[in-house]
Design a protein around this ligand. Structure first.
Ligand code: ADP
Ligand code: ADP
Length: 228
């Protein structure tokens, strides 16, 4: 599903964010990406959803070789990847419904399907009755659930979550994790960067630790492994 072969990322200011990453993530896996701040986790995630491009090496996502991807093929890859951020990144002037439906509009989904599917995912994240609310009227946990609905509405094979519980209290965070687990159970591959020690150590899934741009650990049913 996702493969990196000797992937390096050096930013324009000379920062070596990733230094020769080799990794393979299979379909339906749930993977935590952990490591100290500045280790390269966000860069690793951004390379997968093609927000950044590698300086060297090869990346394959869902059968596509990202570096050989023609500009016009990028939307095809993006629709197969749902992204969830720490700060939700919802459009503040659009309603909950519109925020989610917008992701389908972007890929020019049929109008009829749009309404049905948007309501279906809002039901899955238990926000059907907030469809007409604006993001600012919702709690943090509810906003993240909208972001999750938006991420899954096009049925992507891969979900990238960068610190999705970073702004949420522990109880709300567990609600979000249950939802991600459900989405994984339904078939999506999930790659989640996190500093949440309790979640990683309780859920016991594959853990990839990145330190100074290298993979320091890659363990099936791994642990968080840091004190922060
Ligand atoms: P995190 O991944 O820890 O949540 P960020 O990815 O936003 O946070 O930033 C991680 C580090 O990268 C920070 O030290 C930040 O200053 C640095 N950083 C982020 N974007 C840039 C940029 N455009 N130029 C230089 N440094 C950046
Ligand atoms: P993490 O997510 O683990 O905190 P990042 O991938 O954000 O790490 O950052 C890895 C390294 O790359 C850090 O040294 C950070 O400051 C640097 N960095 C991140 N984004 C940029 C950028 N856009 N330009 C320059 N340096 C960056």
């Amino acid at each position: 599903m996702i493969e990196m072969q000797d992937v390096w990322k050096t930013y324009s200011d000379g920062t070596h964010a990733l230094k020769g990453i080799n990794v393979k993530i299979d379909a339906h896996e749930f993977v935590y990406v952990v490591g100290p701040s500045g280790a390269g986790k966000s860069t690793f995630m951004k390379l997968i959803y093609r927000e950044e491009r590698p300086t060297k090496g090869h990346i394959f996502v869902n059968g596509f070789n990202l570096e050989k991807l023609k500009q016009r093929k990028i939307p095809y890859v993006r629709r197969n990847i749902g992204v969830i951020f720490q700060d939700f990144k919802l459009l503040p002037k659009l309603t909950v419904y519109e925020n989610v439906a917008f992701a389908m509009e972007v890929i020019e989904a049929p109008k009829k399907l749009m309404k049905k599917r948007t309501m279906e995912v809002l039901e899955l994240v238990r926000l059907k009755d907030k469809a007409g609310s604006l993001p600012g009227q919702l709690s943090g946990g509810e906003q993240q659930r909208v972001a999750i609905a938006r991420a899954i509405v096009n049925n992507p094979a891969v979900i990238i979550a960068d610190e999705p519980t970073g702004n949420l209290d522990p109880e709300t965070s567990w609600g979000i994790m249950k939802l991600l687990e459900e989405i994984n159970f339904r078939g999506a591959t999930i790659v989640m960067a996190t500093h949440n020690k309790e979640i990683v150590n309780t859920m016991r899934k594959r853990v990839i630790a990145i330190e100074s741009g290298n993979i320091a650990r890659d363990v099936v049913r791994g642990e968080y492994g840091y004190e922060d």
